[in-house]
Unconditional design. Structure first.
Length: 227
């Protein structure tokens, strides 16, 4: 048995961070070679040694996740070797209780948007968003994708204003959180952007679940009084 299904059944909401092998390898080389002095051969050996357990126990879990943040190499730079510019996909399962997927412009549509210009500063290779319905491991999902990176986080409010179902409590909350943690890894690309959005969605889920659990006993008490 690769995992205990009973553990999954205890979760109200699950998230999986799916970093592609290419990006994972590039990050590990950058960290272990540049910062720790490891050789390329030892890094490759370390990755290969962990791969069987990862394939057996970790990777299969993403098919059950309610939201997946998928980190991939950019498609904006041909034959990119550095893997510093990322394409990130936020995969959101449909039909999850208390969870409404984020959408761009028009819910349920298929959209590609290149926002760079007068309202968003973008250096090479720019930024590209896409949104639309897909199927993921047999599940109906909504996918929001960002390829590229921001030059100025304060301008992120322009992108935020075109997204709906963010579960924010005030206008510009996503941008505020990104600016507050501007020194965190991924703060200028889709990995940080989507993790911030998912964090706000988790807060909203928690509040709805708590409210529903409080309301149910009250409803039962009222019903008993009526009978």
């Amino acid at each position: 048995m690769k995992f205990d299904q009973r553990v999954r059944e205890l979760l109200d909401f699950s998230i999986y961070l799916d970093i592609s092998n290419e990006v994972k390898f590039a990050w590990k080389i950058q960290r272990d070679m540049a910062e720790r002095g490891h050789s390329l051969e030892s890094i490759k050996a370390s990755i290969e040694a962990r791969k069987p357990d990862f394939d057996a126990y970790i990777d299969p879990q993403k098919q059950y996740a309610d939201a997946v943040i998928e980190v991939l190499p950019t498609q904006l730079i041909p034959d990119d070797e550095e893997k510093k510019v990322l394409r990130v996909r936020l995969i959101m399962k449909e039909g999850v209780k208390f969870f409404n997927p984020v959408y761009l412009f028009d819910e349920g549509s298929t959209i590609t948007w290149v926002p760079c210009g007068r309202k968003l500063t973008c250096s090479y290779p720019g930024i590209k968003f896409s949104y639309g319905p897909e199927t993921y491991f047999g599940h109906e999902v909504t996918v929001l994708e960002m390829d590229g990176q921001f030059d100025r986080l304060d301008e992120l409010i322009y992108v935020e204003s075109h997204l709906s179902n963010l579960s924010t409590k005030f206008y510009g909350e996503v941008t505020q959180q990104m600016l507050k943690h501007s020194d965190f890894p991924g703060s200028n690309n889709g990995s940080g952007f989507f993790q911030t959005i998912v964090g706000l969605k988790i807060r909203d889920l928690y509040e709805q679940i708590v409210t529903s659990k409080v309301a149910t006993p009250l409803q039962a008490t009222k019903a008993q009084r009526l009978t």
